[in-house]
Design a protein around this ligand. Structure first.
Ligand SMILES: [Zn+2]
Ligand SMILES: [Zn+2]
Length: 533
């Protein structure tokens, strides 16, 4: 058994433990162990046999016992038992059809079906109706969803980070490329796709079906399969002949309107070849939303970013200290970072009082002495109160290097009131940036009723930047709004709103979202050296 096979079994066990509502710490421990095994430099089976597997990080006695059983017998009894009992394939299919895990299992038991194929057969034979609580309406809905869908979509779009994680892991396992919505860095993904190249598609399609992430197949053709995860998310694999890989990748990257306008696509082994044969310049995936054939503009790149201007620390709701965040920023190659903790009005978490701001300033000054020439900026994420005043007095804001102004509470204001509230804040002489300007939370909260055109105009007039917030749930401004803001003459900043060292890793989300709005490096303030900023 090689490391990848062992890791896949541990991952499968984690999925099933999750379905059986086991302790989340146990589930996480199995997931971590799977990662450790997958990345181990030596054959783990050998370590197990030699009794040395606990030398690997995160492998305790419990997991060691499972590994021993797996290596000695070829499987884990509990895993096989859970697979029989919980039928993850049926749960995944059920969730894809819009049922809860519990309902899927109930219906499957009542109909005595154990696999997705058996469920399809039961449906075809008209037996669904004998399932508990399955009336004519639900039956029709299930039959409809079970019918071959050329473009299967999840019940709910996936957040960018989850979608990227899923698609990247599958692409890596198959030696393919991530495509679909994540390759365009869409805010929320509906089409999850991977494209791989092979003369013989069969072995890759087999490996795809056997991946721990894929619990059932919705479809399978000669060169394409659609699998479903235990969460019910459909993932598509296209196996192109090597000479057509570029064509398949372009087609699977979408968006549909963009691709349709380029059809018929010539065959080529890579995308560059397809574009060359079409006689048009290669187009960055972020710009492939609407039909477009021209020369794409120069876009900002991740490597252009010189610093992160929105980060939290343990002074408010962050998990790392000022110095830890600063050192992590140095590791990323940045020249500066702005520490922007919350102010008291944010409510749910502790916010900085004027006294705290001054004490934090001393800590930042000390860090700057240690870390020079790197620069830690004294910043704040200051709440905009419902009446438009800021949550700290002007004399405190005046001491700071970088003031972000944010609407947090009271977001359901009518448009006129919300616009007046933000406008008042933008008139404050110390505000440098408007954070997450629309306040949306993807899939949960719509954009605030704010007259964005007024906000852009005032930001330009007052020399205030607009943030592209890289938190996967925010991505605010969105690409569409970035384009509007730039057209209005505004400058943007790409920030992570990091609440931990790992959170600094969300910068690509902000940069790619800015690229979706066709932002150039010159449009993004934190591509500049500190003196210019
Ligand atoms: Zn905020
Ligand atoms: Zn923040």
């Amino acid at each position: 058994m090689d490391n990848a096979q062992i890791a896949d079994r541990l991952d499968a066990l984690a999925v099933l433990l999750e379905l059986s509502e086991a302790n989340p710490y146990t589930i996480r421990a199995y997931r971590r162990a799977a990662d450790v095994v997958r990345d181990a430099a030596v054959p783990v089976a050998g370590l197990v046999t030699a009794g040395r597997v606990r030398q690997l990080r995160g492998i305790g006695p419990g997991i060691e016992a499972r590994l021993r059983e797996l290596v000695e017998t070829g499987d884990i009894a509990e895993l096989a038992e859970l697979e029989r009992e919980l039928a993850p394939g049926l749960v995944g299919l059920g969730r894809y059809l819009g049922l809860t895990a519990r309902r899927s299992i109930e219906i499957a038991r009542a109909l005595d079906v154990r696999t997705p194929e058996e469920l399809r057969e039961a449906a075809a034979a008209g037996r669904l109706r004998s399932g508990p609580g399955v009336g004519p309406k639900l039956e029709a809905q299930l039959l409809d969803a079970l019918a071959r869908d050329p473009e299967p979509r999840p019940q709910r779009a996936l957040m960018l980070n989850l979608a990227r994680e899923l698609v990247s892991a599958i692409a890596a396992a198959l030696g393919g490329e991530p495509a679909g919505d994540v390759r365009r860095w869409r805010d929320a993904s509906e089409r999850l796709a991977v494209v791989a190249a092979a003369d013989e598609p069969e072995p890759l399609l087999e490996r795809f079906a056997a991946l721990p992430q894929i619990v059932a197949l919705l479809e399978r053709d000669e060169r394409r399969a659609v699998g479903v995860t235990v969460e019910g998310v459909p993932v598509e694999l296209v196996v192109a002949a090597p000479g057509r890989f570029g064509t398949a990748l372009l087609r699977a990257t979408g968006a549909p309107a963009y691709v349709e306008a380029l059809e018929p696509l010539p065959d080529a082994p890579d995308e560059a070849g397809v574009y060359a044969a079409l006689g048009i310049p290669w187009c960055p995936p972020e710009l492939r939303e609407a039909p477009f054939r021209g020369a794409p503009p120069e876009l900002v790149e991740e490597r252009d970013i010189r610093g992160d201007l929105h980060c939290h620390t343990t002074w408010s709701d962050g998990r790392a200290s000022v110095e830890e965040m600063a050192r992590a920023a140095i590791d990323r190659g940045y020249d500066y970072i702005a520490i922007c903790d919350h102010t008291p009005a944010v409510g749910a978490v502790q916010g900085l009082t004027p006294d705290d701001v001054r004490r934090q300033g001393e800590e930042i000054a000390a860090a700057n002495e240690r870390l020079a020439p790197f620069r830690v900026l004294r910043g704040i994420e200051c709440d905009i109160l419902p009446d438009g005043r800021l949550d700290l007095p002007d004399d405190v804001l005046a001491e700071l290097d970088w003031v972000q102004a944010s609407v947090h509470g009271g977001q359901r204001m009518p448009r006129a009131e919300m616009t007046a509230r933000v406008e008042a804040a933008l008139h404050n002489p110390y505000v440098r940036c408007l954070s997450h300007p629309t306040g949306r939370m993807i899939g949960r909260r719509p954009e605030n009723a704010l007259d964005l055109d007024r906000a852009y105009a005032l930001a330009v007039e007052r020399g205030i930047a607009l943030e592209v917030n890289g938190l996967p749930a925010r991505l605010d401004l969105s690409g569409t709004h970035v384009a509007e803001a730039i057209a209005a003459g505004a400058r943007i900043v790409c920030s992570t709103d990091a609440h931990s060292v790992a959170g600094l890793g969300n910068m690509p989300n902000a940069v790619r979202t800015a690229r979706r709005g066709a932002a150039a490096a010159a449009d993004v303030l934190n591509t500049r050296p500190l003196a210019e900023l």
